[in-house]
Design a protein around this ligand. Structure first.
Ligand code: ZN
Length: 305
């Protein structure tokens, strides 16, 4: 019995020892967790404030915005996303990346070609690549600061945090090497740059590049600033040599190659749907006009009285 008692005391001792060891273990784990958090958070802040280390595939090699505009004036801000045209009264839905016609154009992520057509008056030979929105989100940079005083913006007018950008548009191309419905791999050459559509006769040959969360939409609607995702050098990041290359190019009026549109659709896959919406909108406006006409007449009558 006595022996048993001793045994019992020993067991009690060892169980309280275990509790102490467990306690120390928990404290050590907590300290390690706090240390890890403190160690990681400054690093995260660094990523927000400085150049991040994400390896992106760019739409063209070593991309830079156009330093000159269509007419050859020094207007780098006009190349950016926002209300950057005509003194802040007109939108630019993407970013213009300087590229002499014939420059390779790359798929920036894995995806599918969901629209492709030759728009003679606007986008020229252009396509939409649909990507996984999560892949695009991973490329997001938090260190890009728009020049708001020049009308530059980060988000389209109807943007909200639920919007998931997943459409990449490439425009004014001279050639494309893919078909509607094709799936492509990140880094695949999908075409060549050009000056087709309203970029014809430009002194700033470029790839017009958009990031959108819906394929259609007027002005800045449904689009976001591509510079939030891709490191495209702006005027502040370009060297004198970079600018000199563009200055030389601006001495030429670049013309589109004839027949570039042959063999392509002339309208978006959404053309019929768009036309239906346009007609509906027109009918709505007409109705509204008629509805507002009646009080106008009565008010005139009141004045006469
Ligand atoms: Zn553009």
């Amino acid at each position: 019995m006595e022996n048993n008692n001793f045994k019992f005391e020993d067991e009690e001792k060892s169980s309280s020892k275990n509790k102490i060891i467990l306690g120390i273990f928990v404290v050590v784990v907590l300290i390690l967790a706090v240390l890890l958090f403190l160690h990681k958070s400054p690093k995260m802040n660094d990523a927000f404030n400085s150049e991040d280390a994400i390896n992106r595939i760019n739409p063209v090699k070593d991309p830079k915005i156009t330093y000159f505009n269509y007419g050859g004036e020094e207007k780098p801000n006009m190349a950016k996303f926002g209300m950057v045209r005509r003194g802040g009264t007109r939108p630019h839905q993407g970013v213009d990346i300087f590229a002499k016609p014939g420059t390779d154009v790359f798929a920036v992520l894995d995806g599918k070609i969901v629209d492709l057509y030759a728009d003679k008056n606007g986008y020229g030979l252009n396509l939409y690549l649909e990507v996984n929105p999560n892949d695009l989100e991973k490329l997001k940079r938090s260190d890009y600061k728009p020049k708001e005083s020049f009308g530059e913006k980060l988000f389209g007018t109807n943007y909200n945090f639920m919007a998931k950008p997943k459409y990449i548009r490439y425009a004014h191309m001279s050639k494309v090497f893919v078909k509607l419905g094709d799936t492509v791999k990140a880094g695949q050459v999908i075409g060549k740059t050009g000056v087709t559509g309203n970029a014809n006769k430009a002194r700033d040959p470029h790839l017009h590049f958009e990031v959108a969360f819906e394929m259609r939409g007027k002005g800045l609607m449904n689009r976001v600033c591509p510079l939030m995702y891709f490191k495209i050098k702006t005027e502040d990041e370009m060297t004198k040599q970079d600018i000199q290359v563009q200055r030389e190019a601006s001495k030429v009026e670049w013309t589109e190659n004839k027949g570039y549109e042959i063999g392509y659709r002339t309208q978006s896959v959404f053309a019929a749907e768009d036309e239906k919406l346009r007609l509906e909108e027109e009918a709505k406006k007409k109705k509204l006009k008629e509805a507002t006409k009646i009080p106008e007449k009565t008010s005139k009558k009141v004045v006469k009285k």
